[in-house]
Design a protein around this ligand. Structure first.
Ligand code: ADP
Length: 560
């Protein structure tokens, strides 16, 4: 590569010359250290990697041209003041910054920036301390680089598991902080991560450092004198009371481009003193309706204590085997074939996974109530993990996940197709049988049209369902990518007609999803843009994230 060593990236940030970029890099090296600045000079440096070794440069599951969502350099600050200095520098040179904590963000764009040529600020590499676990008050304070695995390991090493549990998503390699601010979910009673966060420390686009909630008040006047703000002893109630005084700011730092979160508190679940995971199989497709109507009151009454899931048969089948094991031809499964798979795997067309928490008498009462409610479904069967003997038992994996033990097992379904890649389509629905059936039929129809297998589940929150449709594709086959892209765009459009919006989305369709939230002539987007321009006048922090573009970008031109 003739550019090697010349500080010439393969993709420059918009409106930045290579001479300016070279000066910029020199200053980055002064701030973060030479070893923490990596320029992406050539296409050969774009290595997809794997979940275990995620890249920090582009989307591993590239839905569009792999070379589009690509950064110019990855930079890893070592501490908070370096993040602040980087923000000041990026303002000076008008270089866009895309912060990531770990950069896995699988199914939503990985570490890739929305604007090609942005620098990726990789926070998790050095800033990865568990700052505190308080077992008495059941919370943790973490930096961006703490993964679910790392936090779990910390509890084990410090003999804290008998006191507190964490909540984990399907895969444990992501950042606790990154996942939470993106409003990711897990499956214990503490599954809504954002609901369970408490207190944040944030670097604003201008480089200013703030603490939200009770953190805005120093712990005592003695803890301030001469101590750098990010190292000052936090207020004792920072992780105990979310709101502090005055406007509650945390929301504007979630799924946003308004700040870089460098510390976050998260509530932990006190060890419930007993635990039992279970599965209920629902034999027919049409009984999805009955199941969801059974679930709603049980969930709002908290008889279903955790965030349970209703998984379609192919999701569990994909954990067991790749597609080719079940069907050699490239055509959709017939109903009869799906029923046969259920028979072979001893599962239902839908399978419900939950858990009971508490001492035995408590669990017994809950279990008998749940069992009785589901028994109206003809042929429903009830299992505990020890009842299942298949080599890859989803129930056994869920039994770990639902007690906050992270695993990698769910990665298996990604290999449903060769060169397995995926993205998620994730609309929100009311917990009702009719809504579930309608959303299922609307999405299934388009999946069949696109020749994509329906692999999905309903994740039951407090009063809504995250319906997660896993769109799998072969990233080395342009036709397979095209179909996946068409499918997600069509699903976003179709679902918006029914008033169903997504809770989170992939980089390539952020604009489209944002435009579906258009009540009263896009009034909310206008507010978001006003806030963006006020806090980030040069528009350097994550421009375009979640469809919010700063004024110095022509948003129509940037749409994919
Ligand atoms: P994961 O935890 O799955 O590895 P990432 O670290 O990739 O997730 O974060 C997902 C997304 O969340 C990023 O692309 C970015 O938009 C946002 N994000 C992550 N960490 C931060 C942070 N510390 N401050 C602000 N935004 C962040």
């Amino acid at each position: 590569n003739p550019n090697k060593g010349k500080d010439e990236p393969f993709i420059l940030p918009p409106n930045v010359t290579s001479a300016q970029f070279s000066k910029f890099l020199k200053r980055c090296r002064e701030i973060c250290g030479v070893e923490n600045v990596k320029v992406i000079e050539a296409e050969e440096q774009l290595v997809d990697g794997s979940y275990y070794e995620p890249n920090k440069t582009h989307d591993m599951h590239h839905l569009v041209d792999r070379n589009y969502f690509v950064c110019s350099a990855t930079i890893s600050p070592r501490e908070v003041p370096e993040v602040q200095d980087m923000m000041r520098l990026c303002n000076e040179f008008e270089v866009p910054v895309w912060p990531v904590s770990i950069g896995r963000n699988t199914g939503y764009g990985g570490a890739a920036p929305r604007v090609p040529g942005s620098i990726v600020l990789e926070l998790g590499k050095h800033m990865n301390r568990v700052l505190e676990v308080n077992a008495e008050d059941a919370y943790a304070l973490v930096e961006p680089g703490v993964t679910f695995f790392a936090l779990h390991e910390y509890l084990e090493k410090n003999n804290l598991k008998d006191k507190v549990w964490i909540d984990v998503p399907d895969l444990g390699g992501g950042s606790v902080l990154g996942n939470t601010i993106e409003r990711g979910v897990g499956y214990t009673p503490y599954g809504d991560h954002w609901m369970m966060h408490c207190g944040m420390e944030v670097v604003l686009p201008t480089g200013e450092l703030i603490r939200t909630g009770m953190g805005a008040m120093p712990n005592s006047r003695d803890d301030v004198n001469g101590i750098r703000p990010d190292e000052q002893k936090p207020n004792r109630a920072w992780q105990l009371f979310n709101y502090g005084f005055g406007p509650y700011n945390d929301g504007i730092f979630s799924q946003s481009s308004l700040g870089i979160v460098v510390k976050m508190g998260i509530w932990l679940m006190p060890n419930p003193g007993g635990y039992q995971a279970y599965m209920i199989t629902i034999p027919t497709d049409k009984d999805l309706k009955t199941a969801v109507d059974i679930i709603r009151p049980l969930r709002t009454q908290m008889i279903l204590q955790n965030v349970p899931t209703l998984r379609s048969i192919l999701m569990d089948a994909a954990v067991a085997h790749p597609r080719s094991h079940f069907l050699k031809e490239d055509r959709p499964f017939t109903n009869a074939e799906l029923d046969q798979i259920c028979k072979d795997l001893d599962l239902g067309r839908w399978n419900f996974y939950g858990a009971l928490y508490g001492p035995q008498p408590v669990r017994d009462v809950l279990w008998s109530t749940i069992k009785q409610a589901f028994s109206v479904i003809p042929g429903a069967k009830f299992y505990f993990p020890e009842d299942r003997n298949e080599p890859f038992s989803v129930l056994k994996t869920r039994s770990l996940t639902l007690q906050g033990v992270p695993t990698f097992d769910e990665l298996r379904w990604v290999d449903w197709l060769p060169n397995g890649s995926h993205l998620f389509f994730s609309p929100i629905a009311k917990v009702s049988g009719d809504d579930a059936m309608l959303q299922y039929s609307v999405t299934l129809k388009r999946c069949l049209e696109a020749g994509v297998d329906f692999i999905g589940d309903f994740v039951i929150g407090m009063r809504e369902m995250h319906h997660i449709v896993c769109i799998t594709f072969n990233k080395k086959d342009p036709e397979s990518k095209r179909r996946a892209h068409w499918l997600i765009e069509t699903l976003i459009k179709d679902c918006a007609e029914y008033g169903w919006g997504e809770y989170r989305t992939h980089l390539a369709v952020m604009d489209q999803v944002a435009l579906t939230y258009d009540f009263n002539d896009n009034a909310q987007m206008k507010l978001n843009e006003q806030i963006k321009d006020a806090l980030d006048p040069k528009g350097i922090l994550a421009p375009g994230k979640n469809g919010v573009w700063p004024k110095n970008y022509n948003k129509e031109e940037w749409r994919i």
